[in-house]
Ligand binder design. Structure first.
Ligand code: UDP
Ligand code: MG
Length: 306
């Protein structure tokens, strides 16, 4: 069994040397082959230069370099594309994750397809990092139905098939377990060590919470309705349109039989608005159905096959 370690790095010049050393200590004990894929995510400091010096002296090291800072998700995706191992392990490059946990993750992977780290004793500040994370993890678990304590932990191990079938974009790497579970991937979580960040700066602030919640809405929508958009948009559309038609019908009766004046009546506006919005919703559903159909016809194999 061969292992690929994928590590995204953005301006981590002070961390790469110790990271490399610690990885070495662990990976030297590996009898089977391994590769370390460092993905430089458009760093503007010496990160890339240092990484390239490792590549020169160690054939196990591969350096991928993104042209600009694309974000952690894109960096993972680049690493996954390249990875040749039977097992793919991801971790942060700032030494907050500990390479010593890698063998335990891989061991657990014998019975699962994805093993996710859980930073049970997380070494970050409470109000800006840990509290938002507790709430986010609870929310993500509830909404996606995939119960993990720690969606945000980068330290994860995957069987090759899982990463090769993922299509990552935006900031979706946090939702990999949720998305993978739709395809029947078996997921486990184990406690892993977490260290405080000693060098360099965190790349995220509190604004991440809002982005994560928006992404969660997207993920939930994709999970529930991506193969049947008309069932999401349709009922709302029909409800609105029927409401609008009902109001218009009532106003027509008033006008015809009681000679009521319709100009200047807010109800008339509401009726028209509901009909238009309702028709729009149904149209969106139909458009969605067409996109789904075109997509499925373009696929050679069903998307749930391995
Ligand atoms: N990272 C990256 N691109 C980015 C932001 C972060 O490759 O745009 C890397 C970063 O260098 C680190 C990992 O992703 O190796 C996690 O980032 P960070 O430590 O800032 O996140 P935190 O631990 O604070 O959540
Ligand atoms: Mg960190």
């Amino acid at each position: 069994m061969t292992v690929s370690i994928v590590i995204p790095l953005y301006n981590e010049e002070e961390n790469v040397e110790p990271l490399y050393e610690r990885l070495h200590e662990v990976l030297d004990t590996f009898s089977s082959g391994y590769e370390i894929i460092f993905v430089d995510d458009g760093s503007t400091d010496k990160t890339l230069a240092i990484l390239e010096s490792f590549q020169k002296k160690n054939e196990h090291v591969i350096v991928l370099s993104l042209r600009r800072n694309f974000g952690q998700t894109a960096a993972f995706a680049a690493g996954f594309d390249f990875a040749r191992g039977d097992v793919v392990v991801t971790m942060d490059g700032d030494l907050q994750n500990d390479p010593k946990d890698i063998p335990r993750l891989i061991e657990k992977l014998k019975d699962f397809d994805l093993v996710s780290g859980w930073r049970k004793h997380r070494q970050d500040t409470f109000f800006t990092r840990r509290l938002p994370s507790i709430i986010a993890n609870w929310l993500i678990s509830k909404v996606t139905g995939v119960n993990l304590h720690d969606y945000g932990c980068s330290l994860k191990a995957y069987k090759r098939d899982v990463v090769k079938n993922l299509r990552l974009y935006g900031e979706m790497h946090r939702f990999i377990p949720a998305m993978a579970s739709w395809y029947g991937v078996k997921i486990a979580e184990i406690e892993t060590t977490h260290h405080p960040r000693l060098r360099g700066k965190s790349k995220y602030g509190i604004s991440r919470t809002i982005k994560v919640i928006l992404d969660l809405i997207t993920v939930k929508f994709l999970q529930s309705f991506s193969t049947k958009p008309i069932q999401f948009f349709g009922p709302v559309g029909v409800l609105f349109a029927l409401g609008g038609l009902g109001i218009s019908f009532y106003l027509t009766i008033e006008k015809l039989f009681w000679g009521a004046m319709l100009a200047g009546r807010p109800l008339l506006l509401l009726g028209v608005l509901l009909i238009i919005v309702g028709v729009q919703f149904i149209g969106m559903g139909l458009l969605g159905e067409m996109i789904v159909r075109v997509y499925h016809e373009s696929q050679k194999k069903p998307i749930y096959a391995r």
